[in-house]
Design a protein around this ligand. Structure first.
Ligand code: F6P
Length: 236
């Protein structure tokens, strides 16, 4: 059966100092999470019908740093015809990231084909980008209060609101529904709140405060009636 996995990027340098937005790299705990992620996902693959031996082959490829099926699926023009190299592994999984460093780095070790979506980038905080919530409260007290009052509709100066994010995610969600294969979405807090809220049919007003913890894999399983089951997968 098809699965959709959602995860935030690993902890970033900005997360460590409570700054929002930006395009920082992963901090050390985030890098550790990125390295755990392939095994966590490969553990789930028997559920989508992949044979154990194939999975072990991919895990070995990841451990050896050869990249697994993503690296072997394209024909190598310099390959020795007498030695075609490892057989490409047909894995029904693709990985979608945003265009920001922290999601690309989190997906780096996943041995699946990857796609970058600008529409998956984090909520744009405009004038507040790069600040901590404390700094926003000091420098822009009216903005801070307005956001507390109506987080769903509040739009950052020269930035976005949750409603803007929900709207720009529409093409991504249409593709997620159309796609037959499994998808791993490596995203951001606000964006994943919107995606999860949509698939779990949450009330719009609850979306800006849904719990999307760092270093956690969320698994969505379509039910026959079109709704989804949802589970947190712990780190092994
Ligand atoms: O703090 C991480 C982060 O992804 C920020 O970049 C973003 O502005 C924020 O979370 C979104 O969460 P909230 O809407 O609760 O501020």
């Amino acid at each position: 059966a098809r699965r959709i996995w959602l995860t935030r990027h690993g902890q970033s340098e900005y997360n460590q100092v409570d700054r929002i937005g930006g395009d920082s790299s992963l901090a050390t705990p985030g890098e550790v999470y990125a390295r755990c992620l392939p095994e966590m996902l490969l553990e789930r693959l028997p559920l989508v019908g992949l044979e154990r031996a194939r999975i072990e082959e991919i895990v070995a490829g990841v451990a050896a740093g050869t990249g697994g099926p993503a690296a072997t699926s394209a024909p190598d023009p310099n390959a020795d015809p007498a030695d075609p190299g490892p057989e490409p592994v047909p894995v029904p999984v693709s990985v979608w990231t945003s265009t920001l460093r922290r999601t690309i780095q989190t997906a780096r070790y996943l041995p699946f084909p990857k796609l970058r979506w600008k529409a998956l980038d984090e909520i744009q905080a405009g004038a507040c980008d790069g600040l901590t919530y404390e700094q926003i409260a000091q420098q822009y007290p009216d903005e801070f209060m307005a956001r507390c009052k109506d987080k769903l509709r509040y739009r950052y100066p020269a930035g976005e609101s949750y409603l803007d994010v929900i709207q720009r995610l529409e093409p991504v969600i249409i593709e997620m529904e159309r796609e037959k294969e499994c998808i791993v979405v490596v995203g951001h807090q606000a964006v994943l709140r919107a995606v999860l809220g949509y698939f779990m049919a949450k009330p719009l007003a609850s979306i800006p405060t849904l719990d999307i913890p760092l270093h956690t894999l969320m698994e969505l399983r379509p039910r026959p009636d079109g709704t989804m089951d949802y589970e947190f997968i712990p780190i092994p």
